[in-house]
Design a protein around this ligand. Sequence first.
Ligand code: DC
Length: 213
Amino acid sequence: MIIAIDGPAASGKGTLARKLAAHFGLPHLDTGLLYRATAYALLDLGARLDDEDQAVAAARGLALADFDEEKLRGADMGEAASVVAAQPAVRAALLDVQRSFAKRPAGAVLDGRDIGTVICPDADVKIFVTANSETRANRRAIELARRGEDVDYASVLADIRKRDERDSHRSTAPLTIAPDAVVLDTSELGIEAAFAAALKIAQSQKTKSSTPC
Ligand code: DC
């Protein structure tokens, strides 16, 4: 079974993807980490984020097992990843690794922005997780403060809105709701209520015929 979870930053999609993966005993790939790691590699080299050749080389050189999530989860890396992700050649370079992950024998859970639309258009389950921008900014500010980052709610909200705008309006694989996805708005839901709703959606959708992506 392939479960595709898409949605904007801090919508709760990562938490729900992890919980669904644990529930069904499936491997999980947070595809945002691929773009974050590509951006990190570019900055580490002193390269520009819009240097397409270097960005493609960095994307091709990624090793999933070596990701240092602690370094990749910072606020700056989210914005840098969004810039890198707007380049069609970078997206193309990261296509195979995502599709190979989804083709694992038992299936997989992938979360990102274009899983249900581009990476796995034939996923058995598609959920588009969203929440209003103020709620998302609040959650992200709490998460960043826990990481020890110096946060200011207004700038987190501005960052989220800027990323939403860029991720939704880029030319290739923009953030959009797949026609066959179920929308789950988590604005008023705590983690357990959101998970119960996501599980219900997954259980009702998984009976659809399965075609690997
Ligand atoms: O989910 P995240 O916040 O870790 O993602 C960081 C950025 O990566 C996001 O702003 C856009 C990009 N991204 C993408 O374009 N496609 C994906 N499947 C996942 C992330």
